[in-house]
Ligand binder design. Sequence first.
Ligand code: ATP
Ligand code: MG
Length: 237
Amino acid sequence: MTAIDIKDFSFHYPDGTPALNRVSLSIEPGEKVLLIGPNGAGKSSLLLAMAGFAQGTGSVVVEGLKVTKKNLKAIRQVLGCCLENPDDQLFMPTLFEDIAFGPLNMGLSQAEIEQRVTQALTTVGLADKAHKPPHHLSAGQKRAAAIATVLSMAPRIITLDEPDGSLDPRRRIELQTLLKSLTQTLVIATCNMNFAYALADRVILVDHGQIVADGTAQTIMTDRALMETHGLELPAL
Ligand SMILES: Nc1ncnc2c1ncn2[C@@H]1O[C@H](COP(=O)(O)OP(=O)(O)OP(=O)(O)O)[C@@H](O)[C@H]1O
Ligand SMILES: [Mg+2]
C-alpha cells in the first residue's frame, strides 16, 4: 500500500496566504524523502497536510485512509509528526511525561511505556534529562526531545520538520545515522543541503507552493542551475 498519496492538493492559511498549489505526489513505504526549498516555499505546509493539520482541496491519503477529521485518530497511529517548533510538542512537567504521552494514549502497559521512553531518550542522547522540565532544556536538546516524542510511538511513517535545526555537529551526525538506520517511511524538511544529501533516497524541491523537481539527490542536488534558481546551495560533496 502506498504510504502517502497526495492528489491535486491546494491549501491556504486562514488569513488567505496561499501555501500549496495543486500538489501531487506519492511516497512508497520505506522511502526516505527530503523536502528542500527556500524559506516560505511550502515545506512545512506540506508536512502539516500529511498529518492532517492543514485541510484544503484535493486529497491526502495516508496508508489508504483519506485525511479527514473522522480519520485523524487512526492516521495519528500510523504517522508521527515532529513539528517545526519543538515547543509545540513539549508541554508536560517533565521530559519523561512528554515522551510517555503518546505511548500512554496508545494504551500500552506501564512496563512497555517505561521501556519505550528510556529507549527513545537514550537514542537521542537525553537519558540523563528524563526528569527535567522540557522548558529547562537547551534549543538543541528540545529538538532532540521532540524527536523522541515521535520515536516512542514507533509509527510506520515519520515526518520531521527541520530536525537538524539547533543541533551541534556531533548531534546532527548522530541524528543522520539514526534516521538512516530507521526502516520507517521518512519525510523530512530541511534547509541544510548536506543533511539532505546524506539522507535522501529521493529529494523533492518545493517552491512557491509547488513541486518543481522530484528525483534522486544526485540528480537534483548537483544541478547548479536548478538549485540556484530556487535560492539553494549545492551540498559539499
Ligand atoms: N500560520 C500561517 N499563517 C499565514 N501564512 C502562513 C502561516 N504559516 C506559513 N505561512 C505562509 O505559507 C507559505 C508557506 O510557508 P511554509 O511554512 O510552508 O514554508 P517553509 O517552506 O516551511 O519555509 P521555512 O524554510 O521558512 O520553514 C509562506 O508564504 C508563509 O509565509
Ligand atoms: Mg518550514
